[in-house]
Design a protein around this ligand. Structure first.
Ligand code: HEC
Length: 194
């Protein structure tokens, strides 16, 4: 009888250990360390389905309408882009305005220009992963704690729940893109819009 009790107790202990080890945090989080190549591939996928190009890449007019300007991909609003004067009265009528390339926007905050997020030093080439996380999760310009909030239409609030591994993949991919040495014009606050 005593033997049976001991065997049963040992079986119970083994089950507990097994259940516990299946629940240990590293098994739960599903975190897998990806190779550089896999990070780049995953990042490329995420960037394409999340539509970063919509605002961060210049467009050229093709037969079917605007197409990505691949030579300037992720370079943000091009400093060389010629935009005409803005009719400020459109704001009172409830409109915001987008440039043809969707890289410049005029709204109640003034004129914002999509940032350079290519691997150039004028983009995110010199950024750390922590800066990138701060920009996408907390909407901080240049990914610095003390800097100004990112302006519309950067939809960072929609990105703030991205997992660490997704942000790392996006960052690694963007860092692998050809550098576009474009210095994006500074935000023009509404009071300064002529
Ligand atoms: C609807 C337009 C839009 C989309 C889509 C968009 N962005 Fe942005 N993004 C902007 C604008 C505009 C700015 C500049 C805002 C400012 O100057 O305050 C910006 C800023 C940023 C910044 C900060 C750059 C800096 O120098 O501080 C990063 C990083 C960034 N975007 C990454 C991304 C990524 C990655 C995606 C896709 C997952 C994305 N954005 C999608 C419009 C957009």
């Amino acid at each position: 009888m005593k033997k049976v009790t001991i065997v049963l107790a040992m079986a119970a202990l083994t089950t507990t250990i097994l259940v516990f080890s299946c629940k240990n945090p590293s098994a739960d989080s599903g975190t897998v360390t990806l190779s550089q190549d896999s990070l780049v591939k995953k990042g490329a996928y995420l960037v394409s389905v999340m539509g970063c190009d919509d605002c961060h890449s210049n467009k050229v007019m093709g037969a079917q309408g605007p197409e990505l300007d691949m030579a300037n991909r992720f370079g943000g609003h091009l400093a060389s882009a010629q935009l005409g004067p803005i009719d400020k009265s459109q704001l009172d009528k409830g409109w915001v305005l987008f440039s043809m390339a969707q890289t410049a926007t005029f709204g109640p905050w003034g004129i914002s220009y999509a940032a350079n997020i290519s691997s150039s030093e004028h983009g995110i080439g010199n950024w750390t992963l922590d800066q990138f996380k701060l920009a996408l999760r907390e909407g901080k310009y240049k990914g610095l704690k003390e800097s100004r909030p990112l302006l519309p239409p950067m939809p960072w609030e929609g990105y703030k729940n991205l997992k660490d591994e997704d942000l790392e993949a996006i960052f690694t991919y963007l860092k692998s893109t050809p550098p576009v040495d474009n210095v994006v014009p500074a935000w023009v606050p509404i009071a300064e819009v002529k």
